[in-house]
Design a binder for this molecule. Structure first.
Ligand code: UD1
Length: 326
């Protein structure tokens, strides 16, 4: 099987690409390297450095002939999307429409899309299942929800079959240590903690300890990126075998608080990891936890690496092997 992985040099895309290649899939990466890095490319891949806004190149690469496309190329900082919506309109909406149109033009009819728990917004109930109301609290989540709606129309009108994978909080690194490209300027909790532990940042800002949670800090469902990659593989096989579109949540079904993760990180890294409590970050719900029952039912998928110990230990290994262990 031959698959085009758009955004395959990035954090999640690099794990997906490696997983596919491990299963004998021929991988071609399409990435503009704006956040991705060549460190995440392997000799068994074909690589095109190009932008999804460059429609001509997109079509000509897709015409090389692929069984499916996996689309992970997006801007993903929820906070930034509230102050720079234009960036998210262009990269996420326009970029994705280019991919859908190019796939139709090149005769590709299977697509796996990186969606997000951000499409649900403030939880009406927990755990969040796929039927939960979809009222994104930030523009980033809005772009992901709109793209899911475009996908439904392209399915009806053009026969483009899709898997929309609604990630909760992706974290961790390849347990075998093969993915070494670190995220540039991360805003997410686990990589920020790693940067503090390794001495790149002076401290962690804990965004609020006055939430109605067990210790007052925000609770999220952290899912190991290796488990996410496995879900993409299963989603791809499902699309190829069954030819039916679907959308599923991908989470561990476990909630961890910011303070619990901080304590676990101190223990695992052996570092002090200075932290200070600041105010809440606008748009942050108190608790987000997934029901992944549908992914289990449809794909036979379940998380195996998503305990906090493994998430933090594999992250620390990636950071120390890349930046040294000061
Ligand atoms: C958000 C999106 C999610 C998206 C992800 C990718 C929402 C509701 N969620 O996740 O869909 O895929 O971004 O970027 O829009 N925290 C701190 N200090 C920090 C950083 C984070 O205390 O320096 C806290 C946050 O308040 C939150 C938790 O850590 O409680 C996780 O935050 P983060 O890693 O940024 O992810 P989300 O905002 O949950």
């Amino acid at each position: 099987m031959k698959v085009l992985v758009i955004g395959g040099a990035g954090y999640i895309g690099s794990h997906v690409a490696r997983c596919f290649a491990d299963h004998g899939i021929q991988v071609t990466i399409y990435d503009n390297l704006s956040t991705g890095t060549t460190d995440n490319l392997f000799p068994d891949y074909v690589f095109h450095q190009a932008d999804i806004l460059d429609y001509t190149t997109l079509v000509s690469v897709m015409r090389e002939g692929f069984d499916a496309v996996v689309h992970l190329a997006a801007a993903k900082a929820a906070g930034e999307s509230m102050v720079k919506p234009e960036k998210y309109s262009l990269q996420n909406i326009t970029g994705t429409l280019n991919i859908l149109n190019a796939a139709c033009e090149a005769g590709i009819s299977r697509l796996v899309f990186s969606s997000s728990a951000a499409i649900y917004g403030e939880p009406a109930y927990l755990p969040i299942d796929e039927a939960h109301p979809k009222q994104p609290a930030n523009y980033y989540g809005f772009t992901k929800l709109e793209i899911e709606r475009f996908l439904e129309w392209y399915d009806r009108l053009k026969g483009l079959k899709f898997a929309a994978l609604r990630y909760f909080n992706a974290a961790g690194y390849d347990p075998e240590g093969r993915i070494t490209g670190l995220e540039k300027n991360p805003a997410n909790l686990v990589p920020v903690i790693m940067e503090v532990a390794i001495g790149r940042r002076p401290h962690l800002d804990v965004f609020g300890t006055d939430y109605p949670t067990r210790d007052g800090s925000g609770v999220r469902d952290y899912i190991h990126v290796t488990d996410l990659a496995d879900a993409h593989y299963r989603a791809l096989l499902y699309l190829m075998d069954r030819g039916e579109s679907f959308a599923v949540n991908l989470g561990s079904e476990q909630g961890s608080s910011v303070l619990e993760i901080l304590e676990a990180a101190r223990r695992i890294t052996g570092r002090e990891i200075p932290a200070r409590v600041t105010g809440r970050r606008p748009g942050d719900p108190a608790t987000l936890v997934a029901s992944s029952a549908e992914a289990k039912r449809l794909l036979g998928w379940e998380a195996h690496y998503s305990d906090m110990e493994t998430i933090l230990a594999t992250s620390w290994k990636a950071y120390t092997s890349r930046l040294g262990n000061p």
